[in-house]
Design a protein around this ligand. Structure first.
Ligand code: MN
Length: 244
């Protein structure tokens, strides 16, 4: 099993869930929402070799945590995986868009300066801005657009820019999600849970959704789910073997 975007540190019992995840998943990317959270979480999860803790500064709290930006940029030297970063253009977050953009831009620029990172990116309601910033910093590494919810044109643009996508099982329940998945590049998709934020019938998704995502993709792409699961592994290997 693989989970390429989860907030393990925010489940009610992170120590216990991390042990289960480390045993059951071959790879889990635990993204964090602030550099201070990364510092604490990576210390606690250090002993779990199948869990990687991404260094993040979540766009929805970028304005209140902007004082941690310097710390974020300094810690980048120590990591290969960055996330959760990005921008959120929903109406309730529009007031902070300028600051989100400044924060995201400095992080991406620093990633480029350091020869690239693997970045788990939030782009809800702000795909165009996110793609423009990535395009201006071509050496920033591999962008993995998490829970992509843009338009088909934006998807095509992201695809042309070489983006990867992490697919959430909840995307399988929406017509829009399904139509986007249909056009995603088969060799650049990984599964994600985004738990405990992502919920199904009130219950947080668990970090074990790779098969569920594979079953969904198998219906949409008309491919056997075991081929899709193998594809996830192949895609993951490509990313983990990259040397930045
Ligand atoms: Mn998330």
């Amino acid at each position: 099993m693989i989970d390429f975007h989860t907030h393990l540190d925010l489940y009610p019992n992170p120590i216990h869930i991390a042990e289960c995840v480390n045993a059951r998943n071959m790879f889990t990317l635990c993204v964090t929402t602030s550099p201070r959270a990364w510092l604490g979480t990576s210390r606690v999860f250090k002993r779990h070799e199948n869990i990687i803790v991404g260094l993040g500064l979540h766009p929805e709290i970028a304005a209140v945590k902007v004082n941690e930006l310097e710390q974020m940029l300094a810690y980048l030297l120590e990591v290969k995986y960055v996330g959760e970063i990005g921008m959120d253009g929903l109406p309730q977050n529009r007031a902070t868009l300028a600051i989100q953009k400044a924060v995201f831009t400095s992080i991406v620029k620093e990633c480029a300066k350091q020869n690239g990172k693997i970045m788990s990116i939030h782009s809800r309601g702000a795909v165009n801005d996110v793609l423009t910033i990535l395009r201006s910093n071509p050496g920033a590494g591999i962008p993995v657009l998490h829970w992509f919810s843009g338009t088909k044109d934006e998807l095509r643009m992201a695809n042309d820019q070489g983006c990867y996508f992490s697919v959430n099982p909840l995307m399988l329940n929406s017509t829009r999600g399904v139509s986007l998945i249909a056009e995603m590049p088969r060799d650049r998709v990984l599964p994600e849970s985004d738990g405990p934020f992502a919920r199904w019938r009130g219950i947080p998704l668990q970090p074990f959704v790779a098969e569920e995502v594979a079953f969904g993709l198998s219906r949409i792409w008309r491919m056997p789910s075991n081929v899709i699961l193998d594809g996830f592994k192949h895609t993951l290997n490509k990313l983990t073997s990259l040397r930045f």
